[in-house]
Design a protein around this ligand. Structure first.
Ligand code: ADP
Ligand code: MG
Length: 396
């Protein structure tokens, strides 16, 4: 067990807090502020306990000079300020004497936010390679380190593992990180059964670890998305022009054999000959594709059989959409799974960037027990891996 922000005294302390403000921004406008909203309870908690808060976050990737301006956190600082109704002092810098001085002059309840931690990646990837000098500057700003950035917990960067290695006895989990771990760990290690996983998305190869780990824990795994094509082909189905990972067929066969009937594949599909914004679709059994056709979503019969299994489940973990949901005509399978989960009584968790975005955009945000804020991090957690951003924190 790791210490959390609730286990320590914050009064008068300066807290260096790593949050995940890596939000989508288009033409200078934040298109989804969910990650900012989710970070507020921890910031609010620290403020209420009389701490001074220095916020750190990354935003996008910074490889060239041009990446700097479009990944500035200034717009995020403004959004946070308006959501909290509180002044946030933003520094367009990641280190330096000006920051040190400003932090030393902070009053209880003040909030300062530094520029994108990955600005430090421009010259030698100092943030992403966990440069010790950089970590020690950030650590020098505070008495306590709070990590609330679940979305980056699968990485050992200067702004999480680096700082924690210096503030050893005073590095704790924030409320969001704590919540993420609790839901994911209860669901996977102590599930109410039947425990059903729904896996989809682009590639088997991305999710081998997840399938293997979940096979040891779940009662049933439902597979959709492009991933299902590889499994179908492995069983001898002629998938025609469907997207298939030929180099994963052998592995798919092995997984199916070791699953002993617990992996359920689609029986029908939505197929197209060409993918565009307004495709001509046809529904057929998976073994009745014509030349040139490809599977782009699960079909209605599959939606029905998946629904029956989901209604019977007590725990559902979902990762990866059932079809190319970004296209209006190809979102029915993903929508149907949302609908099934919304109707079921099961504890439901989505851990997957695209699947979470799909469920939120389709209006199901409040129908799940928990929607993870970390795509890659939740995937690695579901693989059974230890996350360095959590491991680095102080033990209870
Ligand atoms: P997540 O982020 O939820 O883990 P992935 O990144 O693995 O999901 O996969 C999401 C992508 O998979 C989506 O962009 C979607 O269009 C694509 N996809 C789903 N089904 C198919 C399919 N049958 N053919 C091609 N692409 C698919
Ligand atoms: Mg994805």
């Amino acid at each position: 067990m790791k210490k959390t922000i609730r286990d320590i005294d914050l009064r008068g302390k300066t807290v260096v807090m790593r949050v995940d403000f890596n939000v989508p921004i288009k033409d200078g406008v934040i298109t989804d502020n969910n990650r900012i909203v989710q970070a507020i309870p921890t910031i609010q908690y620290a403020v209420e306990k009389g701490a001074k808060v220095v916020l750190l976050s990354h935003l996008g990737r910074v490889k060239t000079e041009e990446d700097l301006a479009k990944n500035s956190l200034e717009v995020v600082a403004k959004e946070l300020s308006s959501l909290m109704g509180k002044q946030i002092t933003f520094f367009n810098a990641t280190r330096g004497e000006t920051i040190k001085k400003a932090v030393s002059e902070m009053q209880k309840g003040n909030i300062i936010m530094l520029q994108n931690t990955r600005y430090e990646d421009l010259d030698g990837k100092k943030e992403s390679k966990n440069d010790p000098e950089l970590a020690s500057f950030w650590a020098s700003l505070g008495d306590v380190f709070v990590n609330d950035a679940f979305g980056t917990a699968h990485r050992a960067h200067a702004s999480n593992a680096g700082i924690a290695s210096i503030l050893k006895d005073a590095s704790v989990a924030g409320l969001l990180l704590e919540k993420e771990i609790k839901y994911l760990s209860d669901a996977t290690n102590n599930p109410r059964r039947p425990f059903v996983a729904i896996l989809g998305g682009a590639k088997v190869s991305d999710k081998i670890g997840v399938i293997k780990n979940l096979l040891t824990k779940t009662d049933t795994i439902l597979i959709g998305g492009a991933m299902a094509n590889t499994f179908l082909k492995a069983t001898g189905v002629d998938t025609k022009a469907s997207r298939v990972e030929e180099d994963q067929l052998e592995l798919a066969r092995e997984l199916l054999a070791s699953a002993n009937g617990r992996i359920i594949l689609p029986t029908d599909a939505v197929v197209v000959k060409e993918i565009n914004d307004n495709p001509v679709t046809r529904i057929c059994k998976v073994n009745e594709l014509e030349d040139g056709e490809m599977i782009v979503d699960i079909g209605p019969e599959t939606c029905g059989s998946f629904d029956a299994i989901i209604q019977d489940a007590k725990t559902v973990v979902w990762n990866g959409p059932m079809g190319i949901f970004e296209i209006e005509a190809l979102k029915q399978g993903t929508l149907s799974v949302c609908e099934s989960i919304a109707r079921s009584e099961a504890i439901s968790i989505i851990g997957g960037g695209d699947s979470a975005a799909a469920a939120i955009s389709m209006g199901y945000a409040d129908k799940f027990t928990h929607i993870s804020t970390g795509g890659g991090a939740s995937l690695e957690y579901l693989e059974g891996k230890e996350l360095p951003g959590i491991e680095c924190l102080t033990d209870k």
